[in-house]
Write a protein that binds this ligand. Structure first.
Ligand SMILES: [Zn+2]
Length: 313
């Protein structure tokens, strides 16, 4: 991901030998957060963004845990290596000192030792990257969090929904909109009103209650796009029911795996269009889909599925 570019490679080198103070990991976390949200008003928690993509996160690197994992990995390696000044003999000599209350040795050494002790049995390979990954995932398991939206709507099949949302060959801009939509962090008037940020929950366009569902299915000309998207979906599944349309276009969880790519592609494009374009024009919507249908190199299976929509007829 692009945010990785704002972290210097040297950082990961230094934290292999020196413990990263919390104040610096906080600053780095803040910089990443600023980069990811770019002034977006409603944000998701840091712990949710650290989660794997299949669990509702974005797999963002947790700075503190990664630096701890690198340092621990490096200390473990040193312990096993007799030519290293911090090998087993070093630890045997210093542990009694570290554990005494009057020790003059730095506390960070004690922390490293405790880390070595807790990981030794699990770290069996000589693969440095593999070891770091094991330690990192061990540390990350300590602060696993369930996304707020999953707690709010526990009956949805979130595993499927997140996997579908991250499907390959779907434009990043669409995915970004859909991610905010699924997590319900788009600032609708109804949401803003609940948080006392506005006087009325009414839609500024038409006066109805301004919810996400209203915006994508019912508000003024947006309704015609919703109808058009349903017509396109029927081309893919001729005998689909209205419930299937809702489940696919609004929840990203189609009832069948048949032509899955094109259904998710259509749903993502539809939600992106409804939530980002100020005017809802059917030609503009179809043009956006057509343009992306022909763009970039797609596999023959994907092209075959996209042709079901008959966009270029
Ligand atoms: Zn409206």
């Amino acid at each position: 991901m692009a945010y990785k570019r704002i972290l210097p490679v040297e950082l990961w080198y230094v934290v292999q030998i020196l413990s990263l103070p919390t104040k610096y990991s906080t600053v780095l976390d803040r910089a990443i957060r600023f980069y990811v949200w770019k002034g977006y008003f409603y944000k998701l928690s840091k712990t949710q963004l650290h989660l794997p993509k299949t669990k509702g996160g974005l797999q963002l690197t947790a700075i503190k845990e990664k630096s701890q994992a690198l340092l621990t990995q490096n200390s473990l390696r040193a312990k096993q290596d007799e030519s290293d000044p911090m090998d087993n003999k070093f630890w045997q000599k210093h542990i009694p000192l570290l554990c005494s209350k009057t020790t003059i040795l730095p506390q960070s050494l004690k922390m490293i030792w405790e880390a070595i002790e807790s990981y030794s049995p699990t770290i069996a390979t000589n693969d440095k990257n593999q070891n770091t990954k094991i330690i990192y995932s061990f540390l990350m398991k300590k602060n696993v969090q369930i996304p707020r939206i999953v707690e709010k709507l526990p009956n949805q099949r979130w595993g499927n929904i997140w996997r579908n949302m991250h499907m390959a060959n779907i434009p990043t801009a669409w995915k970004t909109t859909v991610y905010c939509y699924l997590n319900q962090i788009i600032p609708t008037e109804e949401k803003r009103h609940r948080h006392n940020l506005t006087d009325s929950p009414a839609c500024k366009n038409c006066g109805w209650l301004d919810t996400l569902k209203h915006r994508v299915t019912n508000c003024g000309a947006a309704k015609t796009i919703w109808e058009a998207a349903k017509v396109l979906l029927v081309k893919i599944w001729p005998d689909s029911q209205i419930h299937d349309c809702f489940q696919t276009l609004l929840v990203l969880d189609p009832p069948t795996k048949q032509n899955k790519f094109v259904t998710i592609w259509l749903a993502s494009g539809f939600l992106h269009y409804q939530l980002t374009k100020p005017l809802h024009k059917i030609e503009e919507f179809l043009h956006m889909l057509k343009e992306l249908e022909t763009k970039n190199d797609k596999s023959s299976q994907i092209l075959k599925e996209l042709r079901l929509l008959e966009l270029n007829r």
